[in-house]
Ligand binder design. Structure first.
Ligand code: ITT
Length: 198
């Protein structure tokens, strides 16, 4: 993999996403590593696959090809044990169609509330090479939605590492300490920073 194209921009990375919340979380995490990030609202293909890695890979290659710059994309999903990992890779669609209430209804009367968020950050260089960075956070689905922060399923997800608080009740800084996305981005940031070392 060559990062030739990236060097003229210093420690700057382009993030292809249409999700402002994701971008705001990423901006703060990458700043810890002195990496600036620019949001690129390029429409990329989102293939249907059971695996968020394959989805991230396809859309990272597509984004790098379209903007002709090294770029990251991030794909994430909520995997609920009692629903055999649903909605997982279909999280975005399911959130739009049935929302938080729909998920809470599906889990009505179910004791096992175990769930995790998974994130894959895919970096694609303009030569088509791709690298992945993964992160996850374990937790449980609450009985009722709590909090107005964050986005998506945040108000119904209570991480094990901060019991008593949903992601929706946290500030971005609190969520970034333990979130799936922040963890994947930190792995990316360490690798990216090293590409610039002499
Ligand atoms: P992109 O433009 O980056 O693709 P998106 O919102 O479509 O933005 P995903 O395909 O990764 O992003 O969406 C997965 C869905 O999973 C997202 O719409 C949320 O409903 C949910 N999700 C992912 N990460 C989340 C988080 O940190 N907190 C709450 N919900 C999350």
């Amino acid at each position: 993999m060559t990062l030739g194209r990236a060097f003229p921009y210093g420690k700057l990375i382009f993030f292809a996403t249409g999700n402002m919340h994701k971008f705001n979380e990423a901006r703060r995490v990458l700043a810890e590593y002195n990496i600036s990030v620019a949001m690129v609202r390029v429409k990329t293909i989102e293939i249907q696959d059971d695996d968020i890695e394959s989805i991230a890979e396809a859309s990272a290659i597509d984004a790098a090809r379209k903007i002709n710059l090294p770029v990251i994309v991030e794909d994430a999903g909520l995997f609920i044990d009692a629903l055999n990992g649903f909605p997982g890779p279909y999280s975005s669609y399911v959130y739009r169609k049935i929302g938080l209430d729909g998920i809470l209804k599906l889990l009505e009367g179910i004791e096992n509330r175990r769930a995790r968020f998974k994130s894959v950050v895919a970096f694609s260089d303009t030569d088509g090479s791709v690298k992945y960075f993964r992160g996850f956070v374990e937790g449980r689905i609450t009985r009722v939605a709590r909090g107005y922060g964050g986005f998506g399923f945040d108000p119904i997800f209570e991480p094990d590492e901060q019991p008593g608080k949903t992601f929706g009740e946290m500030t971005i800084e609190e969520k970034n300490k333990i979130s799936h996305r922040a963890r994947a981005l930190r792995e990316f940031a360490k690798w990216y920073r090293d590409q610039f070392s002499p």
